[in-house]
Ligand binder design. Structure first.
Ligand code: PLP
Length: 439
């Protein structure tokens, strides 16, 4: 294919690095999402909205560290604090006052966060949230969305993609998902039916406020599900790993005015460092206290990990959260505007070429889909089954990269570092890519 040839010609250094990588790492990667055919580019520099690969090609980055860098790569607001933290010692393994200050700050900002525990990855956070829900309710069943991804934990490994009824990975016992049931995001009737079916064994539902491909909730969907869950005596767990501090300062909770029993956060929270948290009601988090007085085996173990609350990460997070809070009135409306412009602009530019493309998303998050028909793109299953996924993840991606734009799922996350000029370039590249794909 011509676009693959062009890509290969532009990236000889990355090709050589990939050939080295596959000899020592399966598929050359540590996170399978970072692989794409024919081989990924290897990055050597980042700043603001831009990344540079080994061959010196510059790209406008829309992946932004897995949707982490809301202020752009290496923002000055964080960098100074990180440099200072390095001098103080990056990892102590002791309780420290930074973690208290951060927890106090989060509890002021995030509606459900009466108490919290910090960890180092979103995977860990959702694992502990499920554990807490089961321990608190004394019930087993957890509901998750078909097509939803909450990290690599075994108990939520079902229904990530087809086939939906088995764990997504070999090596996970079917028993690990024995009590994991599923529902279709944005399908209110179906979700309520799943809640009823689980009956009095329902421990909780784990849901992203915004579907995996950034599909916004239908009006009233989250609120109604939240009420039904409450009636069922189960816990509503909002996975805000992507949306926390991004869709608003209070995440989905602020944006849709829905207060969960527990929430998980990660990504933006860390200010570029690896931090996650589980937050929620005192009486639930209290189960994980070493002073709960509960007999061994009845309290909830939340290990948190060797590197939890390391000063480097706490300080980076304090800088990020402090900056977002102080500048919220400017930052969030600006991100909304950028997102709207990119979605409308890309869709229009591609439609002008005769390509049927749809740009879904909300706030600063967006995805490009290529619907095979006019199916409404309400949930992840609908997107995946009714769109040409290969076209999006392979052809569109590589063609956009040839024009200096790095997308994932056709889109990604905008940051404060993305300028109007960047957005014009993204839209123009989408139009040009549309013309090439239509030819
Ligand atoms: N939850 C959601 C919604 C995610 O998108 C991710 C993704 O990466 C996770 C949890 C897992 O987070 P981590 O990659 O930090 O383990």
């Amino acid at each position: 294919e011509d676009y693959i040839r062009e890509y290969s010609e532009r990236t000889p250094g990355s090709r050589v690095m990939y050939q080295r990588a596959v000899k020592v790492m399966p598929g050359g990667v540590s996170h399978n999402m970072r692989y794409f055919a024919p081989y990924p580019i290897y990055i050597k520099e980042t700043a603001g909205s831009k990344i540079k690969d080994l061959d010196g090609n510059e790209y406008i980055d829309l992946w932004m560290g897995h949707y982490t860098h809301i202020l752009g790569h290496q923002p000055e607001a964080i960098a100074g604090m990180v440099r200072e933290a390095v001098n103080r010692g990056t990892h102590w393994g002791f309780v420290n006052h930074y973690q208290v200050e951060l927890a106090e700050k989060i509890s002021q900002i995030v509606p459900c966060a009466e108490m919290m525990k910090f960890g180092v990855s979103g995977t860990e956070a959702t694992m502990y949230a499920v554990r807490l829900a089961r321990a608190y309710t004394g019930r087993k069943t957890i509901l998750k969305a078909r097509g939803g991804w909450h990290g690599a934990n075994s108990e939520l490994s079902k229904a990530v993609h087809e086939p939906m009824d088995v764990p997504e990975s070999a090596g996970i016992l079917p028993q690990a998902v024995q009590y994991t049931e599923t529902f279709s995001y944005n399908d209110l009737e179906g979700t309520i039916a799943a809640i009823r079916k689980a009956g009095d064994d329902l421990a909780g539902i784990i849901i992203e406020g915004v579907g995996q491909l950034f599909i916004p909730p239908k009006p009233g969907y989250l609120e109604t599900v939240r009420n039904e869950i409450q009636k069922a005596g189960a816990l509503f767990i909002l996975d805000e790993v992507i949306t926390g501090l991004r869709l608003s300062l209070q995440g989905v909770q602020g944006r849709f005015n829905v207060k969960p029993d527990l929430c998980t956060m990660g990504k933006v929270l860390g200010g570029g460092m690896n931090i996650s948290l589980v937050a929620g009601k005192k009486e639930i988090l209290g189960l994980a206290s070493p002073t709960s007085g509960l007999p061994k085996g009845q309290g909830v173990l939340m290990g948190g990990g060797t590197f939890s609350c390391m000063p480097l990460a706490m300080l980076a997070s304090l800088a990020m959260v402090g900056h977002l809070e102080a500048n919220a009135a400017a930052i969030y409306p600006a991100l909304e505007k950028k997102g709207r412009r990119v979605r409308e602009g890309m869709e229009k530019a591609m439609h002008a070429t005769g390509i049927n493309a749809k740009c879904t998303g909300i706030g600063s998050l967006f995805t490009v889909c290529f619907p095979k028909d006019d199916t409404a793109l309400n949930n992840i299953e609908a997107v995946e089954s009714s769109t040409d996924v290969k076209k999006r993840d392979q052809e569109f991606r590589i063609r956009m990269m040839n024009k200096g734009i790095y997308t994932v799922y056709g889109g990604g996350a905008l940051s404060m570092a993305h300028t109007d000029e960047d957005i014009d370039r993204i839209i123009n590249a989408a139009g040009e890519t549309g013309r090439e794909m239509a030819a």
